[in-house]
Design a protein. Structure first.
Length: 385
């Protein structure tokens, strides 16, 4: 019995030991059916999430593996969804704000839809995909599938309209940190010391403490914090003006998206930390071994949170916390929204409950006797009260 076809995928091969006895970094290869092995030329010390460069190599391999048909006005049952996704990956994904994330979602779609045709995209199959993925990200991936199908039709490659049915949005997270919890989280990351291995005795989570401080006191998304430079440098990433105390979250070459990233004025105490880190030789806000971490903070953050006894927080919780604190301290919604890069409507809908005196006027009025009521009228006591 022949092995089940799995298609192209990334695989990390462990590095060999050198003459000095130390193991070299492993490297990422592309495994394909039929024993095909293709090097990506990308190395890393350990397995886990594949580096962006390796993901790019996989995407190129999938696209170049065969010629994608672009015949016009075909019927839905003659068009493979794999072709639709490949065309979208070629035409549109490179122009997205985070192309490597788009490619990752497209790979996930291919694992379910790759052998299906457009005529098989129905409400039922979309619900089956949500069950298959069993993750909240299923909705976001189906949005990419919808975009790919729309692009395919606008190119004149399919004569039929195919609709993607999206699952319901998940409930908004309400978790935010108290001041005591935030202090505990920062302290846990800053003081943590490795107890074993080659880094035994070293503080290996202080870069996480930096991330927490900046994300918490600016309400900035994780990717923008991790990619920010201390001072303007070439490359077009976000940066911090250490003289004027302004965080330019979006670099000059980065596209504006629906997730707004306006400049933010930094708190004085946070700016003092940033200037000190720069004076100590740092070139970026969050660094590991002297290099910027990019966007790879999730695993280290999760471990720091668990060490602090906080098992239900994510990097995005810090943005949620910043918004809650601003509203709770009485900052006008317009000013808070401008600082966070959020619409006033979203801030009002999600965080208004934190406003001082939230519904107090209505709560006081509900027990007040209306004018003209007889003085002897009282609110009935609950039974047994």
């Amino acid at each position: 019995m022949s092995a089940e076809a799995k298609g192209p995928r990334l695989w990390w091969r462990r590095g060999i030991k050198g003459p000095d006895g130390k193991r070299r970094d492993g490297y990422w290869i592309i495994k394909d059916d039929g024993g095909v092995r293709v090097s990506t030329g990308v190395r890393s010390a350990r397995a886990g999430k594949a580096p962006e460069a390796a993901q790019d190599a996989l995407a190129r391999y999938i696209i170049e593996k065969r010629e994608v048909p672009r015949e016009r006005h075909r019927s839905a049952d003659a068009v493979k969804i794999a072709d639709v996704i490949a065309i979208y990956a070629t035409d549109c994904a490179p122009n997205q704000a985070r192309p490597h994330e788009v490619r990752g979602r497209l790979d996930a779609l291919l694992s379910f839809w790759g052998e299906k045709t457009l005529s098989e995209v129905t409400g039922r199959s979309c619900r089956e995909y949500a069950t298959f993925r069993a993750k909240p990200v299923a909705r976001r991936e189906l949005e990419d599938l919808r975009s790919a199908i729309i692009h395919h039709r606008r190119e004149g490659l399919c004569r039929e309209v195919v609709e993607v049915v999206l699952p319901e949005r998940g409930a908004a997270r309400e978790r935010w940190l108290t001041r005591a919890e935030a202090a505990r989280l920062i302290r846990s990351a800053y003081r943590y010391t490795e107890t074993k291995g080659p880094r035994r005795g070293q503080h290996t989570r202080r870069h996480v403490a930096r991330f927490i401080l900046v994300a918490l006191y600016t309400g900035t998304r994780a990717g923008a914090v991790c990619g920010a430079a201390l001072g303007k440098i070439s490359g077009g990433s976000g940066w911090i003006d250490l003289d004027r105390g302004i965080f330019f979250r979006r670099g000059a070459s980065q596209r504006e998206t629906k997730k707004r990233q306006p400049p933010a004025e930094l708190p004085v105490r946070l700016l003092a930390h940033l200037r000190r880190w720069h004076a100590q030789g740092s070139t970026h806000v969050v660094e590991w071994n002297g290099k910027p971490v990019g966007t790879g903070i999730e695993k280290a953050f999760r471990r720091a949170a668990e060490s602090a006894g906080l098992h239900d927080v994510t990097p995005h919780t810090l943005r949620h916390t910043a918004a809650t604190w601003l509203v709770a301290n009485g900052v006008p919604l317009e000013k808070a929204a401008d600082f966070l890069g959020m619409t006033v409507e979203t801030l009002d809908r999600v965080y208004r409950h934190a406003t001082p005196g939230f519904q107090k006027e209505a709560a006081d009025a509900i027990t007040r006797k209306p004018s003209g009521t007889r003085s002897g009228t009282r609110i009935a006591r609950p039974a047994g009260g």
